[in-house]
Ligand binder design. Structure first.
Ligand SMILES: Nc1nc2c(c(=O)[nH]1)N[C@H]1C(S)=C(S)[C@@H](COP(=O)(O)O)O[C@H]1N2
Ligand SMILES: [Mo]
Length: 535
């Protein structure tokens, strides 16, 4: 007789026949085999590329593929939890699929094996689609590991079958596990052991990831060169005491991006390519970028997905290479009308009007925020900042390449998903004090908030109490064209329940319209209103 092949069908093969575990154990086998796949894939990815981990790759592909309404809904419903929830959903789907594969693994072994292998192929496909060829490796290894695990489990259970030809020829017959209960116990042990392998591999991947990111953080220089053109100190009167911090603490800066795993880029091997319709294309290393003239500017960023009254707006002191210096170096050719920026991690791209980086405003390739190199989540080592435009058309993080081109030739990530091509920030105002549904303090009854119309400026803020007339609020000191502006109004109303509504007017004379619009496709319009009580 030839040596037994693990691929050979064992025993009578009928479900419930000798060597076939019960339903629960079969389902568990499928889950454990998929666990081995995911764990091993995660471990390999921790060395190759964390975003190529199978579940992450599939989750990221779902983000790319999700229809825009679903995405806006998810962001609104789940806020910053959208990413963990997505990963969880992919995990649950995987669990169910794996359990079904396990159930049929004894009766339809090939179906089960192909199913597990398919998981690897799907992971590899999505990873390659979003990255490069090497990104297939974690999922392919994962698929192979999953197939091997399931094969081993099926083969192991077959050994418990006294009639199995496979069992009688294996080397483990001496362990005495070929009797009914001994076989079951042996199978359970094998299942446990396989689960342990899955956990160790997955845990190993997490540990390797942590160690590598700690290493990357340690290697990162903390020092940045001094700006050639420092920002003036913020005027004292820009901040109303007790109000929202004018400069957003770095830890509470809003964050919006499509990356499931925060990219951790090694600046020493990173470079930025600037090419396209230019006379002299340029590639800059991190050190070369830092050696260029640096400007420091206070700029307020805003996301197009900010709802009326929302918090996707933050302010900080950015340090970076001005676009003017870049333009001078490369020489942009006639006919170009778009700056098309590429993110290193995700296939994310943005299209910025060439005019916005060449009309004298403080557009820059930023390397620092509030005196520190950019945090990973902020786009380390470098990102674009262009005042006056929504983040999705201007603020590409983890910047890899800037291509000077035309709108006719290149379409950005969000434009492909039907969002607006151009994204000037809409004039908005928000009431921060008192908090919605809270009580206004008797000793200091004041209504206050922020308003913004970056690169146009705020000239007037009006507040309406209940159905009363519009009252002009006191504007805090103007800190600059590209920044939000605080405002306040003493509250003089009676005790009881009230509403407050706010609207701002920008320097072009335009007042915020009352009619609400959705954030899709070009930003929310409408007046922010809160309810509060006074004592
Ligand atoms: N690489 C990359 N850059 C990106 C994004 C992204 O998804 N990927 N999102 C953009 C959007 S929509 C906004 S509003 C800003 C947010 O920047 P922040 O997270 O630093 O606040 O980053 C922009 N840059
Ligand atoms: Mo955004």
């Amino acid at each position: 007789m030839t040596a037994p092949s693990v691929l050979a069908r064992t025993g009578p093969d009928a479900p419930g026949g000798p060597g076939v575990p019960g339903k629960a154990l079969r389902a568990a086998s499928g889950v454990v085999a998929a666990g081995v796949a995911v764990g091993v894939g995660h471990l390999v990815a921790s060395f190759v590329n964390p975003t190529a981990s199978p579940v992450i790759a599939v989750g990221s592909a779902l983000i790319d593929a999700a229809p825009t309404p679903a995405k806006t809904f998810a962001v609104r419903l789940l806020g910053n939890y959208d990413k963990p929830v997505l990963i969880g959903a992919v995990g649950v789907a995987l669990l169910v699929f794996a359990a079904v594969l396990g159930l049929v693994a004894w009766s339809h072994r090939r179906v089960a094996l192909v199913g597990i292998a398919l998981l690897g192929v799907v992971g590899a496909g999505t990873a390659v689609y979003r990255g490069d060829l090497l990104d297939a490796v974690p999922s392919l290894v994962a698929g192979a590991a999953g197939v091997a695990a399931l094969l081993l489990l099926v083969a192991r259970s077959a050994r418990s079958a006294p009639t199995s030809a496979t069992a009688s020829t294996t080397a483990t017959t001496t362990t005495g596990t070929t009797t009914g209960t001994g076989g079951r116990r042996g199978f359970l042990a094998a299942l446990g052991l396989t689960a342990l392998v899955a956990a160790l591999a997955g845990g190993g991947g997490v540990v390797v990831g942590r160690v590598r990111s700690a290493g990357a953080l340690a290697r990162r220089g903390t020092g940045l060169p001094a700006p050639t053109s420092p920002a003036p100190p913020l005027p004292a009167g820009a901040q109303i005491p007790g109000m929202t911090p004018f400069t957003t603490p770095v830890d509470s800066f809003y964050r919006v991006d499509i990356s499931l795993v925060t990219p951790q880029i090694d600046a020493s091997s990173w470079s930025l390519t600037i090419d396209g319709m230019v006379d002299s294309p340029l590639t800059l290393t991190y050190d070369e970028l830092l050696a260029m003239p640096l400007i420091e500017r206070d700029i307020t960023l805003t996301c197009v997905s900010n709802e009326v009254g929302g918090s996707y707006v933050s302010s900080g002191r950015w340090l970076g290479v001005p676009f003017s210096a870049i333009l001078e170096k490369v020489g942009v050719q006639a006919g170009a009308d778009q700056v098309y920026s590429y993110s290193l991690d995700s296939g994310y791209t943005a299209s910025t009007p060439l005019q916005a980086v060449s009309d004298g405003r403080d557009a820059m390739i930023a390397v620092g925020l509030d005196g520190q190199p950019l945090a990973d989540a902020r786009g380390y080592p470098a990102r674009m900042i262009v005042p006056g435009l929504f983040g999705f058309v201007a603020n590409t993080k983890w910047l890899e390449r800037i291509e000077f081109t035309t709108y006719a030739k290149r379409t950005a990530y969000w434009t492909e998903r039907k969002w607006a091509t151009d994204g000037p920030i809409l004039t908005q105002s928000r009431i921060d004090l008192p908090k919605s549904l809270s009580t206004i303090p008797k000793d200091k009854p004041v209504i206050a908030g922020v308003a913004w119309a970056q690169h146009r400026g705020i000239t007037k803020v009006e507040v309406k109490i209940d159905d009363g007339p519009w009252q002009e609020a006191d504007l805090a000191v103007d800190a600059g064209l590209d920044l939000w502006r605080q405002w306040s109004l003493p509250f003089t109303g009676d005790a009881g329940l009230h509403s407050a509504t706010v609207r701002a007017t920008d320097a072009t004379g335009e007042t915020q319209p009352e009619a609400r619009t959705k954030v899709f496709p070009d930003g929310a319009r409408g007046w922010h209103q809160i309810q509060f009580t006074s004592e």
